[in-house]
Ligand binder design. Structure first.
Ligand SMILES: CC(C)(COP(=O)(O)OP(=O)(O)OC[C@H]1O[C@@H](n2cnc3c(N)ncnc32)[C@H](O)[C@@H]1OP(=O)(O)O)[C@@H](O)C(=O)NCCC(=O)NCCS
Length: 214
């Protein structure tokens, strides 16, 4: 594979491409609330991010095979993003989410996820608050270590910059050592820890766009 074979797309994403990104999410990140929702609800969230000004979805594709091999998902303001998602996609959200949420454990996890941006504000001791977030980034295993993830990260920064974002948070689950190393390599700094789901730690990394000169 040469780097020329990889194309990065932010616009005119097709439903098939979005579904392929969701499948990478389910394959590469099989823990956490988002993955537990399953394919259809996740597809709703990803599609909303692709079409809403407060969302960003960038896909990496192998142009020879036409396969999606990675993606990055972000929001310029996560509280607003979830609020708008519920307001604008209420009916499909209820239809798809409810059957999957019909267990107390999942309802609890769901609320914890939705309330997390507020808790983050309370618990993050750093002075600077960032409303924007990198919500998710994944590359299929065959393409790890090949420069795809750094390029996706840069594309997200570029999109955020165009939308006036100066800094963004990156919540990551404890134990994702490769991801932590990756974010540190990209210039992000760990600024806090939040307990989103019970005793499971979520590390908050923060990235300042101007300071890193991207
Ligand atoms: C996180 C992810 C997108 C990074 O993409 P990638 O192509 O693997 O990234 P890179 O290879 O450029 O960087 C990973 C770094 O971690 C290092 N690394 C590998 N395994 C590691 C480990 N177990 N512990 C610590 N560092 C590790 C690599 O050597 C590399 O550092 P280097 O470039 O200084 O050598 C990719 O690994 C992935 O999709 N993982 C599964 C999904 C995921 O965890 N996403 C994060 C959700 S927040």
């Amino acid at each position: 594979m040469s780097n020329e074979q990889i194309v990065y797309k932010t616009d005119s994403l097709t439903p098939k491409e979005i579904k392929a990104a969701v499948r990478i999410q389910l394959q590469e990140l099989n823990e956490g609330f988002l993955s537990s929702l399953g394919e259809k609800p996740l597809t709703l969230i990803f599609s909303f991010a692709a079409s809403n000004p407060s969302g960003v979805l960038v896909l990496a594709k192998n142009s020879e095979t036409d396969k999606v091999i990675g993606y990055v998902l972000g929001s310029t303001n996560t509280r607003r993003f979830y609020k708008e998602f519920l307001a604008k996609r209420f009916v499909p959200a209820v239809v798809y989410f409810l059957p999957r949420m019909l267990s107390l454990a999942k309802i609890k996890k769901g609320f914890e996820t939705l309330l997390y941006p507020m808790r983050k504000k309370e618990e993050n001791t750093q002075e600077k608050k960032c409303d924007a977030e990198l919500l998710d980034l994944a590359v299929t295993k065959d393409y790890h270590g090949k420069g795809i993830a750094p390029r996706l990260f840069e594309m997200l920064v570029q999109q955020f910059r165009q939308k006036g974002v100066q800094c963004f948070d990156i919540p990551t689950t404890e134990g994702l050592d490769r991801a932590h190393h990756f974010y540190e390599k990209m210039g992000a700094q760990r600024v806090g820890v939040v307990y989103v789901h019970g005793q499971q730690k979520t590390f908050i990394y923060q990235y300042h766009i101007e300071e890193n000169g991207r």
